[in-house]
Design a binder for this molecule. Structure first.
Ligand code: SF4
Length: 447
């Protein structure tokens, strides 16, 4: 595609491919780019390119302006694309969590960098571009929700994505939600979400919040009741913290409103190790296993699939502790479980700690950001070698691989083949063959 004329400029919005993504298939629409497309003046032509579907190189696109969303997993590719366009004189704007955390680094690869949420300043940025006065750096201190229009994604995705909140009330040591700075936890107006859901043609969606629960029973009860009142008959999944399950009526109501799968970042199995991660992830620390077991039961009772993960490579770990933790999660009988290696995302508490202790093994940035992907051991450990941690990571994940029996059990739990197939699609342990098979089935169920 060629550049458009001055009255009808062309904006390319790019979601760079994640080379090391956990889910193998990154199939959720890049919501942030949809919001930007919607905020762009109507005399512009806007094209959203998700490299997980169409690599930019294959499309050989030109443009008047390029916007790229970044995170630590896609940052190497984001810089490659940015350089490609900058080298031929096209202006590039980088935004997203990684560029926000490292504006000095990102500025080396782009015309402008946006720190923070772009919604309230995007129109000014476009204005500056039109007046040939783009600044190197934009800071957004303000934020307001806008309605997400899934039609902008041309029905390319099997699953739609919506949000009910931004930010988080917690501050886990490894999590980048508060980088670059602490933002208050806010909730989206429920009326806006209902409009989005009504306008969505898809049968399946995901609430992509960082913290869907937010210790806010009242808000969620209103949301679920509104979904029921407006006859939103869709299947959905989201991630919740363990406190969500304290209110059994809330779990039941979520199921009525279409919840088919809940993900819980359990992270660990003892009070000590959870404290190491600053994770407020247990209800009654005297018997964490029993508490978690109740959560699994509560989901299954309501025909909801429950998935989760745990970490290895904590400072307090040795091989025996990792084996015990793996058995703990095996015995919980989650529908799907994965093990990840502790990964200190940039500028988090954990990152700063390891950096000050001189324990980060890969610091040749930006090249080394690709190592920060949950499957590499990147921190010096007192008692375990990095090779050993990686070996344990592969060994433990093998124990959670999908089996015929597991499939049968999950169909039995959810009492819905469509819901089961859709939500198992999320799970990384499917091989390539299984994924294409499931994709075909999903298309049938979608109709
Ligand atoms: S891991 Fe989850 S609960 Fe913890 S700070 Fe991040 S978003 Fe919040």
């Amino acid at each position: 595609m060629n550049k458009n004329n001055k009255n009808n400029p062309l904006l390319l919005l790019i979601n760079p491919k994640i080379k090391y993504n956990l889910n193998k298939f990154n199939f959720l629409p890049p919501v942030a780019l949809g919001i930007i497309a919607d905020l762009t003046p109507k005399n512009w032509t806007t094209l959203i390119i998700d490299e997980n579907i169409n690599p930019v190189d294959e499309l050989n696109l030109q443009a008047d302006l390029v916007g790229i969303t970044t995170n630590t997993l896609n940052i190497s590719r984001a810089y490659e694309i940015s350089k490609k366009y900058s080298d031929i004189g096209i202006k590039v704007i980088l935004g997203g969590s990684h560029a926000s955390a490292f504006p000095d680094e990102a500025q080396k690869y782009a015309t402008s960098v946006v720190c923070g949420e772009v919604e309230t300043i995007w129109k000014n940025i476009i204005n500056d571009f039109e007046n040939d006065s783009l600044k190197n750096l934009y800071h957004s201190n303000d934020f307001q929700y806008t309605e997400i229009n899934m039609q902008l994604f041309d029905n390319k995705y099997i699953i739609d994505a919506f949000e009910t909140s931004r930010g988080c009330i917690n501050n886990c040591a490894f999590c980048g939600v508060h980088v670059p700075k602490t933002r208050p936890y806010t909730r989206k107006p429920i009326g806006m979400i209902i409009n989005e859901l009504k306008n969505s043609k898809n049968q399946y969606f995901s609430f992509i919040d960082n913290n869907f629960y937010g210790n806010d029973d009242e808000y969620l009860i209103s949301l679920f009741e509104s979904m029921l009142k407006h006859n939103i008959k869709k299947y959905w999944q989201t991630g919740v913290s363990v406190n969500f399950f304290k209110n059994k009526e809330l779990v039941k109501l979520s199921a009525k409103a279409g919840a088919k799968m809940l993900f819980v970042g359990f992270e660990s199995d003892t009070e000590l190790s959870l404290k190491e991660l600053s994770k407020k992830n247990y209800i009654d620390s005297s018997n964490i296993f029993q508490e978690y077991k109740e959560i699994v039961k509560s989901c299954h009772k309501n025909n909801i699939i429950i998935t989760g993960n745990y970490m290895i490579g904590l400072d307090s770990d040795n091989e025996q502790r990792i084996n015990e933790r793996t058995m703990f999660f095996k015995e919980l009988k989650l529908d799907q479980c994965a093990c990840v290696i502790v990964t200190p995302l940039p500028k988090t508490k954990l990152f700063n700690k390891y950096k000050s202790e001189n324990r980060l093994l890969y610091t040749n940035f930006p090249e080394d950001w690709k190592k920060y992907c949950y499957s590499n051991s990147i921190v010096k450990h007192d008692t375990l070698s990095n090779e050993k941690i990686e070996q344990l990571y592969y060994e433990k994940n093998k124990l959670f691989q999908i089996s015929g029996l597991k499939i049968f059990k999950t169909i039995f739990v959810t009492k819905s083949i469509g819901g089961f197939i859709y939500f198992y699609y999320f799970c990384k342990n499917f091989g390539k063959y299984q994924n294409s098979f499931i994709e075909r089935l999903l298309k049938i169920f979608k109709k």
